[in-house]
Design a protein. Structure first.
Length: 117
């Protein structure tokens, strides 16, 4: 099941599941929908957090920031393939970063998925 949101924002999502006996249950959650530009900005914040915690070094932070800057430029040009390529390079660079880098890797995966679906 998928849903496409027309605008960014915070939305309450309701899921109703009904079984073959017509018994139903409902659950709610909150979905934060961001533009790709917002997601890239948030990724920069994650880079700052990783640098401050020592999970990545200054050279890695600068390299990732550069990739995010280039991604932003390509996004402005609507070159999705180039954006995805830049983000995949970040994911590969962080592949061995351990659990501390997981939030940034996950953010990159979500952004790649949103751009390619």
């Amino acid at each position: 099941m998928t849903h496409v949101y027309a605008t960014p924002g915070t939305f309450t999502v309701r899921l109703v599941v009904t079984d073959i006996r017509t018994l139903a249950d409902t659950t709610f959650t909150t979905a934060l929908i961001e533009t790709s530009q917002q997601a890239l900005s948030d990724a920069r914040g994650l880079v700052r957090q990783l640098l401050a915690s020592g999970a990545i070094g200054d050279a890695d932070a600068k390299w990732i920031d550069n990739k995010l800057d280039v991604s932003t430029k390509f996004l402005g040009q609507a070159d999705v393939t180039a954006v995805v390529n830049q983000l995949q390079q970040v994911v590969r660079r962080l592949a061995d970063g351990g659990p501390a880098t997981t939030p940034l890797v996950d953010a990159m995966h979500r952004l790649i998925q949103s751009l390619t679906s």
